[in-house]
Design a protein around this ligand. Sequence first.
Ligand SMILES: [Fe+2]
Ligand SMILES: [Fe+2]
Length: 268
Amino acid sequence: MKIAYTADLHQPITPLWQIEQLVKNVSDFKPEIVILGGDIGESLQDFEKCLRLFRKSLNCPLLVIPGNHDLWVRRFNDSKKLWFEELPQITKDVGCIWLEGNSFVQDGVGITGTIGWYDYSAVDSGINHSELHFAQEKFNFNSDALLIDWEWSDPEFAMRVSTPFLGELNKLENNSAVTKILVATHFPILDEQIHRDAEKPGWSFSNAYAGNLTLGREVVKYKKLGHVISGHTHIEKKGVIERINLNPVSYQVLGADYQKPAMIGIAF
Ligand SMILES: [Fe+2]
Ligand SMILES: [Fe+2]
């Protein structure tokens, strides 16, 4: 079983010819499943254009989760509508599978995924503030503060997406046809996936908006879990987590960046 993961394609900042090249690289890997892990396009049109490029060249299932940039809005739109209606619908119209709140099983491998929205739990240890303080400071660190338009607080939205995701994970764990589970997220969910750099001013604090370790602590309890793959930070990470009395879990973060799209190929 070969699975390709890519994310952070950032349409239209990354030129289309680079995405076409990436699609070719993904195609050359001959994956049986491809996962697009969010930050695909900064408008619905860009999101769709990007999905179509993948759909045109690949015959396998294309599983899609959104990233924070996919929910950015500027005019005549709202993030809630994108989240609930427009992104899932366009994904389906293009012939891809919306993985958020959903799961997929093929040849004994169970896959589920989520945006994994941040709840401030990934902030560096030793930094303790109220949720309100993190919310107020976000403006200084992260454009989501300006460009996401909905009424939920970050911890509220994080919880709202975690619950159905964990429901899908439960289903996979209890499915006798599944022997191994792969979890794909946009935001990292494991401490090992978070880049720490105490030397850079603000970095330790801005990690509050870079992951959801509360979710990761739940995910690693699942016996069949074998892989966790994430995007968003643009900083490559790779390793294995040993678990007491359970099989080890391999984790990765995609090292893609603006104008430097990349993929991860996994072969079971
Ligand atoms: Fe990104
Ligand atoms: Fe992101």
